[in-house]
Design a protein around this ligand. Structure first.
Ligand code: NAD
Length: 356
């Protein structure tokens, strides 16, 4: 595989830092652009210290900066985004601006510089779904009112997808979209309402786990290791250009079932309490029923399928959160940063076209 220089926007975040680990392990060069709004130095300091990664602190809304960095890379993985239901509901305008402006800047710069770009979208773009059917890339979308702040994220990410598609169709840009369903693993924090790290931390310390609503809503959780393999496969396969791919674990679990599973894996004596949505979130929240990905498109193209089980993922999150809690309590000075792994790259890529 040819050595390439990747620009990862949002590379100091949960997913971005794991992608950076995998690329460095594959001997690629990486530049991270991050404004540290939700990213953490902890996630990447082992990479920076090793000299393997350049870190640029700045925003994807800075068009001049993005243009300079884009000119210098072979491929951009655009992961920078406002993330997390709590953040989205609390600050919908910021969510919209951060995603819409940032994506506009990044994708137009990629197109101008003739560089490949992968846009990280989300299963949220499918909106509410009460169907038992798995969602495929062409499924209809049913969004709630634009006046419900929960939908700001889906609106903004849908716009990002449309921009990516527009640049591909009208300017021949090499854009690709990954629609990520819930992804979990080490380095995901509970600060912005992420359910798995929240449950795991409470189970470790023996507090009750708060399930919002009646817990019958279901989700599918993918190990970040499998998500990274999917993102890299989409970024490298020639046949992925101009397309969108679901990336998720097709196996659903209810949130109540998840709480029970976390308690069991931790070996915790925690109980479960039910919290009405109106108490859990500010006004503007709307719950989704079920959401399950059909990943046939990605499987057909590159042979991708999840390799890790939910229990594998939960066990890795539990190890990470135990170390986090020990560090917070001053019982552990530093964590072994090598929660990285050699991520399988499923296809032999061809180097993207360079600017003339
Ligand atoms: N984790 C999931 O389950 C999931 C699901 C669907 C989609 N996604 C998408 O994957 C991507 C990564 O998400 P994550 O879970 O790693 O979240 P994260 O919050 O850990 O990472 C997002 C990163 O983007 C950075 N960022 C935000 N705004 C920025 C800006 N204007 N300029 C530069 N950097 C900025 C943040 O500081 C952070 O490091 C996002 O685009 C998200 O929408 C994630």
């Amino acid at each position: 595989m040819p050595r390439m220089r990747y620009l990862i926007t949002g590379g100091a975040g949960f997913l971005g830092s794991h992608v950076a680990d995998a690329l460095v392990a594959g001997d690629h060069e990486v530049t991270i652009l991050d404004d540290f709004s939700t990213g953490k130095h902890d996630n990447v300091e082992h990479l920076i210290a090793s000299g393997a990664v350049d870190l640029v602190e700045g925003s994807v809304t800075d068009a001049t900066l993005v243009d300079d960095l884009m000119a210098d890379c072979d491929c951009c993985l655009h992961l920078a985004s406002a993330v997390g239901v709590k953040l989205v509901v609390a600050r919908p305008l910021e969510t919209l601006r951060r995603i819409v402006q940032g994506t506009d800047v990044v994708i137009s710069a990629a197109s101008r510089n003739d560089k490949r770009v992968v846009f990280a979208s989300t299963s949220e773009v499918y909106g509410k779904s009460s169907s038992e059917e798995a969602l495929h890339e062409d499924s209809d979308r049913v969004l709630g009112s634009a006046f419900k702040s929960r939908w700001s994220y889906a609106i903004a990410k849908s716009y990002g997808e449309a921009i990516a598609h527009g640049y591909h169709r009208e300017h021949g840009a090499d854009t690709r979209v990954v629609r990520l369903f819930n992804t979990i693993g080490p380095r995901q924090r509970d600060t912005y309402g992420m359910v798995v790290p929240r449950f795991v931390r409470r189970a470790i310390v023996g507090d009750d786990l708060s399930v919002y609503g009646d817990g019958s809503q279901s989700r599918c959780f993918l190990h970040v290791r499998d998500a990274v393999a999917a993102i890299l496969a989409v970024s490298t396969h020639e046949g992925a250009t101009g397309r969108a791919f679901n990336v998720g674990n097709p196996q659903p679990i209810t949130i109540l079932g998840l709480a029970e599973r976390v308690i069991e894996r931790v070996g915790s004596s925690s109980g479960i309490t039910f919290v009405p949505y109106e108490e859990a979130y500010e006004d503007g929240f709307e719950e989704l029923g079920k959401r399950r990905p059909d990943t046939t498109a990605l499987h057909s193209l590159v042979g991708w399928r999840p390799m890790c089980t939910l229990d594998d993922a939960l066990d890795d999150v539990i190890d990470f959160q135990r170390a986090e809690l020990a560090m917070e309590a001053g019982q552990l000075e530093s964590r072994d940063p090598s929660s990285s792994w050699p991520t399988p790259i499923l296809v032999q890529p061809a180097a993207p076209a360079r600017a003339a």
